[in-house]
Ligand binder design. Sequence first.
Ligand SMILES: C[S@@+](CC[C@H](N)C(=O)[O-])C[C@H]1O[C@@H](n2cnc3c(N)ncnc32)[C@H](O)[C@@H]1O
Length: 280
Amino acid sequence: MAVKDIQLPYFDLLLAQLDQGNARLELAFGRHVHWGYWPQVPQGVVSPADFAWAAENLTREVYGAAGMENGQRVLDVGCGLGGTIASLNENFSGVELIGLNIDPRQLIRAQEKVKARSGNLIHFTEGNACWLPFPGQFFEVVLAVECIFHFPQRRKFFEEASRVLKPGGRLALSDFVPRAFLLPLAALSKRWPFSKGFFGRCNLQCTIAQYRSLAKDTGFKLRVEKDITENTLPTYPFLRAMGTELNIRDPSAKFETWIVEWASRLRLLRYLVLSFEKLR
Ligand SMILES: C[S@@+](CC[C@H](N)C(=O)[O-])C[C@H]1O[C@@H](n2cnc3c(N)ncnc32)[C@H](O)[C@@H]1O
């Protein structure tokens, strides 16, 4: 896809800062671009290194839910800068790891930074989550770490994941999942006049009941549903501190983060790790 059509302003900012050599941002977001997971609430200020550790934990939560094993072929959809592929490469042997992303700029960074260990294979490829460029029954595991809300349609992605997975294979993902009664408010928030979409197009409107029915319709069964909202909350003060440090002026950056933070603190929005088994 042409870079001008991607419209993820937060990635434009991140990539520009990384190109300029911002070491603190590189430490925090140079590998994973997602929320952190803290097993216990940390005392004091979270540093970029602490955040990077927590972001790595979150990745492991997601692929742990997929029951990753040595020797598997894995597709990481919306692979960002290659952090999940890097972690799998470091922790598993005999694996073939494919990272797919719609943004060629991110893939260039991933390719430069993530090199296969002996016995593993790594490829990065450009593509859209809703039209996966792979044959049927090709993968044991499909992952989508904190990115499904950007995809054009969750249903189409589930259909595609189901097509490319072998029977018994796993689809594991993390997502912000609203309580059903939050949906009218979520729809209203789209009309907020200051929102210019720093985080691009985000659809945070798939409830757990909708996930179950999506799974049923596309040949999956929900096997793991883990609520890690509490463990992700230290992400928000860290994002605020980085926003101040970078002097981010876009009001939608603050507003959207604030909405997600408070909806999460009030448990109206839950951060879930979900894993689905392909049945047929
Ligand atoms: C929050 S980032 C997460 C990146 C990565 N999964 C990680 O955890 O570090 C969201 C990612 O989804 C990618 N993305 C957005 N829409 C996509 C689509 N339709 N197909 C494939 N990737 C997409 C973005 O380019 C970005 O890399």
